[in-house]
Design a protein around this ligand. Structure first.
Ligand SMILES: Nc1ncnc2c1ncn2[C@@H]1O[C@H](COP(=O)(O)OP(=O)(O)OP(=O)(O)O)[C@@H](O)[C@H]1O
Ligand SMILES: [Mg+2]
Length: 380
């Protein structure tokens, strides 16, 4: 959901950064006073932040504005917790009060109280893919699931490569990205829907991509702000697919807005062992998020079978993606996700996985078993 916020008061870089870092604001406007909003026909922001830290009191006209536009949420920002100012604010219709020192948590909490009920249901679904081990096919799975979601739903779909630098998603999507996630994090004070739009690149497969940078950070970036980027993405896209680096703990700690985390494993001991541990850790860190494990490059003759993996991760494995190295490699070299082509088992399995994650119905009349079930039963 697009949320507009207008600040009444002098422009302030730190305040702007905190407001944008909530990840909820799609349009941020600064006004010196209330005059343009007082017209009964004037469009109102969803949230009005009245900064009185350097003022002698409330701006004149605030109670008039609240009478004319009772739905406008007003947050008052003061230099101290001043009971007289708070009382005056309450009488004028102020809903939230924040005082210096400015803290991110105060802004997040105030906007959650004001908008929580309104933003959550309207947000899109976010799917995060993380490898239990390097090279198991996490990026392959993530970009193909995103491609299927965009193709089947015709809804806006975004891939975010959460490797801060040197990630591969752009190669798999044949994209030449000028900007990256790092640009978002380095300019977090500018983060809004328009800025996000300027950073993503449209790809031929139908998905947008917020790519990984091909440079190291220019300065220290606060990776904890990733959550704000993901939340903003979810407010703009029906589906957001995250390609996660498994070893960056700060990234794994920024997944509050994710609907489902998929751990990608194969049948190697190291991957199976990690899948169990990662699944358990992610499950307890995000008790309300669904966490599941899939096996990629399934090998029916492998020493470690499906049951062994299930024992290690403590749950059933819902998806076994077949091994098709030639097709996977060719797709990567062409920058064209293999799921765009039908009639191959890997594509069918990825389609089944994407459908299940997003709850998209099977097409009518398609009663043949696709995906791994067909694969297992020998139907190809
Ligand atoms: N189902 C599959 N069958 C055969 N080959 C596959 C399959 N999935 C991925 N691959 C191949 O495995 C290699 C690694 O894939 P990918 O880059 O997606 O893995 P990753 O887990 O993202 O790696 P990294 O840890 O480096 O990020 C690639 O060459 C890819 O083409
Ligand atoms: Mg990868």
């Amino acid at each position: 959901m697009a949320v507009s916020l207008t600040v009444i008061g002098p422009r302030d870089g730190q305040l702007e950064e905190l407001v944008r870092a909530t990840g909820r604001i799609s349009t941020l406007t600064w006004l010196a006073d209330l005059s343009t909003l007082l017209d009964p026909a004037a469009g109102q922001p969803d949230v009005l932040l009245v900064d009185v830290r350097r003022a002698s009191g409330l701006p004149s006209g605030l109670s008039v504005l609240k009478r004319q536009h009772p739905a406008t949420n007003v947050v008052l920002l003061g230099s101290t917790v001043d009971p007289a100012l708070m009382l005056e604010g309450m009488r004028a219709g102020v809903t939230e009060f924040i005082a210096e020192p400015l803290r991110q948590a105060d802004f997040d909490a105030a906007l959650t109280r004001l908008l929580g009920q309104r933003t959550q249901p309207a947000g899109g679904q976010v799917f995060a893919f993380v490898g239990a081990k390097g090279g198991v096919g996490t990026t392959t799975t993530a970009v193909n699931v995103a491609t299927v979601l965009a193709k089947l739903s015709r809804c806006a779909t975004l891939v975010v490569d959460l490797h801060l630098a040197y990630g591969d998603a752009a190669v798999f999507l044949g994209a030449d990205a000028r900007f990256s996630l790092l640009d978002a994090l380095e300019n977090i004070h500018r983060l809004d829907a328009e800025f996000l739009r300027s950073l993503v690149v449209k790809t031929a497969s139908g998905v947008d991509l917020l790519a990984s940078a091909d440079r190291p950070p220019n300065r220290v970036v606060d990776v904890r702000r990733l959550g704000s980027v993901v939340q903003l993405a979810a407010s703009q896209y029906a589906f957001t697919v995250l390609d996660l680096p498994r070893s960056d703990l700060a990234v794994l700690d920024s997944l509050d807005h994710v609907s489902h985390i998929v751990v990608v494993a194969n049948q190697e001991l190291a991957a199976v062992r990690n899948a169990g541990r990662m699944g358990a850790a992610l499950g307890s860190r995000y008790p309300t998020v669904k966490v599941s494990t899939i096996i990629n490059r399934t090998d029916g003759k492998a020493e470690i079978g499906q049951r062994d993996v299930e024992k290690a991760v403590g749950t059933t494995i819902g998806h076994l993606l077949p091994d098709d190295y030639r097709r996977a490699l060719t797709a990567m070299h062409k920058g064209r996700p293999l799921a765009l082509d039908n009639h191959n088992q890997l594509s069918a399995s990825l389609t089944t996985l994407a459908r299940e994650l997003a709850g998209l119905p099977e097409p009518k009349g398609d009663r043949t078993q696709s995906g791994f079930r067909g694969f297992l039963s020998g139907r190809r």
